[in-house]
Design a protein around this ligand. Structure first.
Ligand code: XIL
Length: 363
């Protein structure tokens, strides 16, 4: 009799373990929210626009994330469109939401070659300014923006994407580089440190999984550190895909930056359903954007692997941030292929958790 009971118990336990609600790793089938499952690992953040801070997405953000990054509104173009004009309102809205909900806030980005305002680099005649003028403008920009959000931002992406994707070229040939040479990178960190002695200062870049680019980033960051430049961390963007990185590449990427005495954060995570491309192009007839069952499974497996590696590296990672909230809207719907829908996040087009979500929290 006893034996039978035990068997029945074991069978029901097994059935329960396989039922959808238990598969979630949740208590009594209740979803605790992404960040709660990871509270002993690392804070999980999300990139937001002010429009995401109302309605359904606002609730989703509050339920699942403990940190935010403004997707666009603190970039130099949007926030400082003309020399004497700051557009603070959208950025203030993100800062206020973070404060109201006791969320961490990452600032993004003080210096980037993209979404920089035209006025920054030219004089009234349209000619390039000297590097002295450019530094004056940069210093003022960084001082004003960092000072304004000093009470709420704990970390800034100070320089974004300064390293070239070309294997034969070290620095990106940007307007910054053309006018200043490599020195602008150190200057930006120094201005940020002067504006806020306590905020953490990051260098942030993509394609860090590429060994050649990774090594350039490492060398640059090491050079800054050796020169006494105030840098606190490296941001690995993490715009990945169901096809990359492999587990060993991901481990090698994280490991390269540990042991430097710097923080390492994943700052812009998404897992595209397409093979990765980094240059914009038009959509063509071969661009099928069906999110097939096979791709869904690939994405589940990729997210599963990525978060397993993250958890195993929790001592090395101080934060993980997703780039956008749900598949309802992702920047990858427009880039690199304009109009090709992507499904790169853990929440679906209706802002509901995807199977990949349950996999990520079910450990
Ligand atoms: C993207 C935004 O998501 C888009 O809305 C905008 O049109 C372009 O920039 N790397 C970065 C981010 O550091 O700032 C970029 O964000 C995505 C790639």
């Amino acid at each position: 009799m006893m034996k039978v009971d035990v068997k029945i118990w074991a069978v029901s336990a097994l059935l329960l373990a396989c039922s959808p609600s238990q598969d979630t790793g949740t208590e009594e089938g209740k979803d605790l929210g992404l960040s709660t499952y990871y509270k002993d690992y690392f804070p999980i953040g999300v990139a937001v626009s002010p429009s995401a801070l109302q309605g359904v997405q606002a609730q989703l953000i509050k339920d699942n994330f403990v940190s935010m990054t403004p997707e666009n509104v603190m970039k130099s173009g949007p926030i400082h469109p003309q020399e004497e004009v700051y557009n603070w309102a959208p950025a203030d809205k993100v800062a206020a939401f973070a404060k109201e909900n006791q969320m961490k806030l990452r600032g993004h980005a003080l210096l980037w070659h993209n979404q920089a305002p035209d006025w920054l680099f030219v004089d009234s005649l349209g000619n390039d300014v000297s590097k002295e003028i450019l530094y004056q403008r940069l210093e003022r920009h960084i001082t004003d923006v960092v000072t304004r959000y000093k009470d709420v931002i704990y970390a800034w992406d100070v320089v974004n994407e300064a390293i070239s994707d070309e294997s034969g070229q070290f620095y990106r040939d940007s307007k910054w580089y053309q006018i200043c040479g490599e020195e602008f990178i150190a200057k930006a960190f120094e201005y940020a440190r002067a504006a806020d002695p306590n905020v953490q200062l990051f260098y942030n870049d993509y394609e860090v999984i590429n060994p050649v680019k990774r090594e350039k980033i490492y060398q640059m960051v090491k050079g800054l550190q050796d020169a006494g430049v105030p840098i606190d961390g490296v941001g690995i963007q993490g715009h990945w895909s169901v096809y990359e990185p492999s587990e060993s590449t991901l481990r090698a990427t994280i490991d390269r930056f540990t042991g430097m005495g710097l923080q390492v954060q994943i700052t812009e995570l998404d897992v595209s359903i397409y093979p990765k491309e980094h240059a914009p192009r038009d959509k063509n007839e071969d661009d099928d954007d069906t999110f097939t069952d096979e791709l869904k499974q690939k994405q589940i497996d990729q997210y599963d692997m990525i978060f397993r590696v993250f958890r195993e590296n929790k001592e090395k990672l101080s934060s993980v941030t997703f780039w956008n909230v749900s598949d309802q809207y992702s920047w990858l719907d427009f880039f690199p292929v304009n109009g090709r829908k992507d499904y790169p996040l853990l929440f679906d087009e209706d802002n509901q958790p995807k199977e990949a979500y349950w996999k990520v929290v079910g450990f």
